[in-house]
Design a protein around this ligand. Structure first.
Ligand SMILES: [Zn+2]
Length: 587
């Protein structure tokens, strides 16, 4: 009976197609569908924002009418739009509008010249207007080991207060004027969770770590709502240019929701926008209230079922379970202790340590309670877990949630997973927990190689275990974490396959990272399409090119499945289509 019904539906679809030609049709292509059968076809047709045909060129004829826009792909590559399962779009968009050092490895004179250029370009706000620069690759300053201080900035031709934000987000460099306005002096003691670096004379040297630079939040004028809308618009344009058609804002603050909602109302939302409001560890004492707050944010901003026009969706909540494993922070929660330096900086001598990093930010009981409460509300938890101890706790929490909310369609995600204990590999599949991986981290670089003395050879060999998790059956999803790195999805996809740095990264970063086998090009593309669609609970309508699904697709300048893997980084997106509408065209 089911088979007969299905034939009837297909027949109706076919007759309807003849009656109404497609709006757009692509043919002579290599169309990667990301469907369950792993099909690659030649042609696809769209009507009213949905896919009405996927198949060979010959079958396309009935869908071609007078008004059909016909695109000859000439052997080119077409695939579902990229779904970025973890990023911070408003902050990223603000950065695009700020003075940026573009994550470049700079010498001190280059660093100064870049900042002077930003000062000169906005000289009208002398002498009191703040200069805030972003994208400072502090760990990559050249030559290695060179340091900066407020004197580096005080040497510039300006009276203005200046702060420079590191791309990793843990350090700010301030000039003397900025320190004075923030009333940071030799007498100021370190705040909880932060450090004011002092020079030999006990004076602040301008480098401020973590909570120590929170003070600027209250003294630098906050962006206006109009500026935030401009930032959101800039972020969307950058995302569409990379082929992104859906994304998750992995820590949605009120201003994020306000800015993107405003663009939705004005018809300018060009990607499907998902938001994960934050539940903080300090809310552990009142978890019901925290969950109720997320529910009320959903009520206020969520625009309903995913349809042709991109909308705002609130179906996730974000919880941090630890910090970052990278040195010198070492705030990732580990199963086994970090090693420690028993020697000096000049002549280090690493030995077994006793610290496993901070305790997981939510205890097991609270985590189980909050995840279960979220599940009852139909909210998917998005857990930040970087160290293997945090990942283990996340899986335990999800296990408790699965028991208490048996059968509920909840899609828990664990972001980052830079270290995962071998005992936990199979649990991702067993618990249907999605690891959300930033593939561009899976390479030899300052942050990964800098960990070697702290975690030792055995753990180093299985750092960034995307391939190992995939081999254990995990459904890997991709998330760029933009703006922690510059937005470059195709470089990330390349690294997911090769586990190598860029060819010009320098000899110290040559070769592959660790023993992990990496992912196949197809697995990487599936992570950034159908698997991320599953994470975001929109796989019924996006993530693959199948009959009846929404027409979210991209056309590329080359085939990432057949080019040498290093060249995946060179992919250019020719066209980005969301719900049948072209939102980006390269030419
Ligand atoms: Zn993030």
């Amino acid at each position: 009976l089911i088979a007969i019904a299905r034939i009837a539906v297909l027949f109706l679809a076919a007759t309807a197609a003849v009656a109404a030609p497609a709006d757009r049709a692509y043919y002579h292509g290599s169309v990667f569908t990301a469907d369950g059968a792993h099909r690659i076809v030649q042609a696809i047709a769209i009507r009213d924002g949905r896919i009405v045909y996927v198949g060979d060129d010959a079958g396309l004829a009935p869908f071609i009418g007078e008004g059909t826009v016909r695109i000859d792909l000439k052997g080119g590559f077409l695939m579902p739009g990229v779904i970025d399962g973890h990023l911070h779009p408003l902050e990223a968009g603000r950065n695009l509008l700020h003075c940026s050092l573009d994550y470049a490895p700079l010498t001190v004179p280059e660093f100064q010249a870049r900042i002077q250029a930003c000062l000169d370009a906005s000289a009208s706000v002398e002498p009191d207007g703040w200069l805030e620069a972003v994208g400072w690759f502090q760990e990559g300053m050249r030559p290695a080991g060179v340091t900066t201080s407020r004197a580096t900035l005080d040497a510039l031709r300006t009276k203005r207060p200046i702060i420079i934000r590191s791309s990793f987000g843990h350090t700010v460099l301030a000039n003397s004027r900025a320190l004075a306005l923030a009333a940071i002096t030799a007498k100021t003691s370190d705040p909880v969770g932060g450090r004011i670096t002092k020079d030999g004379a006990g004076e602040p040297n301008g480098l401020l770590e973590d909570a120590a630079f929170e003070v600027f939040r209250s003294i630098i004028p906050a962006p206006t709502p109009e500026q935030d809308v401009a930032a959101a618009r800039a972020a969307l344009a950058a995302l569409n240019r990379q082929g992104v058609t859906s994304f998750l804002d992995a820590m949605a603050l009120p201003e994020d929701l306000a800015a993107f909602s405003s663009l939705s109302h004005s018809g300018e939302l060009t990607a499907r926008a998902h938001f994960a409001p934050l539940i903080e560890p300090k809310e552990a004492a009142a978890l019901e209230a925290a969950v109720a707050r997320v529910v009320s944010i959903r009520k206020r901003y969520d625009e309903g079922a995913i349809g042709r026009e991109p909308r705002v969706t609130v179906r996730n909540a974000k919880l941090f379970l630890d910090g970052v494993i990278a040195a010198p922070a070492l705030t990732g929660a580990l199963l086994e202790p970090y090693r420690r330096n028993a020697g000096t900086d000049a002549s280090p001598h690493f030995v077994a340590g006793t610290s496993r990093g901070p305790a997981v930010y939510f205890n097991a009981r609270d985590l189980a309670r909050v995840l279960s409460a979220l599940a009852r509300e139909g909210i998917d938890p998005h857990l930040h877990a970087d160290g293997d101890g945090a990942v283990h706790a996340a899986l335990d929490g999800i296990q408790a949630m699965r028991t208490s909310a048996r059968g509920a369609d909840i899609r828990p995600a664990i972001a980052h997973d830079e270290m995962v204990g071998r005992i936990d590999y199979a649990r991702f599949r067993e618990l249907d927990a999605t690891p959300v991986i930033s593939f561009q981290w899976d390479k030899p670089a300052g942050d990964t190689l800098g960990l070697r003395p702290y975690i030792g050879q055995r753990r180093m060999a299985i750092l960034e275990p995307a391939g190992l998790l995939a081999a254990a059956g995990a459904r890997i999803a991709f998330g760029s974490d933009w703006p922690v790195d510059a937005l470059d999805e195709w470089f990330a996809f390349k690294v997911g396959v090769t586990r190598t740095n860029a060819p010009d990264a320098g000899r110290e970063f040559a070769g592959r990272l660790g023993k992990d086998p990496g992912l196949s090009p197809e697995a990487v593309l599936r992570a950034a399409t159908i698997n991320a669609a599953y994470e975001l609970h929109e796989d019924e309508v996006t993530g693959s090119l199948e009959l009846g699904k929404l027409a979210d697709l991209i056309v590329l300048d080359r085939n990432p499945l057949t080019v040498p893997p290093e060249d995946i980084a060179k992919v250019k997106v020719e066209e980005t289509v969301v719900g049948g509408r072209v939102v980006y065209a390269r030419h």
